[in-house]
Design a protein around this ligand. Sequence first.
Ligand code: ATP
Length: 199
Amino acid sequence: MPLVSLTINGFKSFPDKIKINFNPGMTGIVGPNGSGKSNVTEAIRWVMGESSARSLRGDSMQDVIFGGSELRAPLNRAEVTLLFDNQSKQLKTDATSVEVTRRVFRNGDSDFQINKKDVRLKDIHQLFMDSGLSRDSFSIISQGRVEQIFNSRPENRRSIIEEAAGVLHFKQQKQSAQTQLAQTTDNLIRINDLVNELK
Ligand code: ATP
């Protein structure tokens, strides 16, 4: 499932719209310290549904918006678009080309789109789940993450393997079914109490 391109506009150190095309083979991004290499990988993680501002080195999600420089005023919006070639159908959709967009505004508003249709964060997570590209997967390994994986507890390491093996999706579905079951059981108990009161 090749990455075709990444378009960044107003995200972190990129006030102007830039497009990176990922041609077949290996793509390397080089540059001096502080030039924005990590910001590029963070843009990819962000558009794929990263919801922790901390893991993007910020305090709030609005910190991903270009915050101004000596020569440029701060912006009010950050937008990132990632385009995938999905002919292999690794992403859970029938579309052969998948474009995912995420935007955030200074006032806190944010939105997501898959192929230009508004969706929820949950839909983005579901799209990438089991593709090996979800936000918790190890397809993107940031600085320090290797040590973190090695030093993590066995249960946490296990969830990485489960993600890669494609069972995490079923575990989450099971958990959500169990929560629903518990709620339904509570409702039934309440209904029985009411029926007994009315008798
Ligand atoms: P290194 O090689 O040292 O790891 P790098 O090339 O990976 O550096 P990044 O860490 O991606 O660089 O970029 C850091 C730069 O991004 C800093 O100059 C920082 O001021 C800038 N930056 C981060 N967030 C914002 C923001 N919201 N607005 C403007 N600039 C930002």
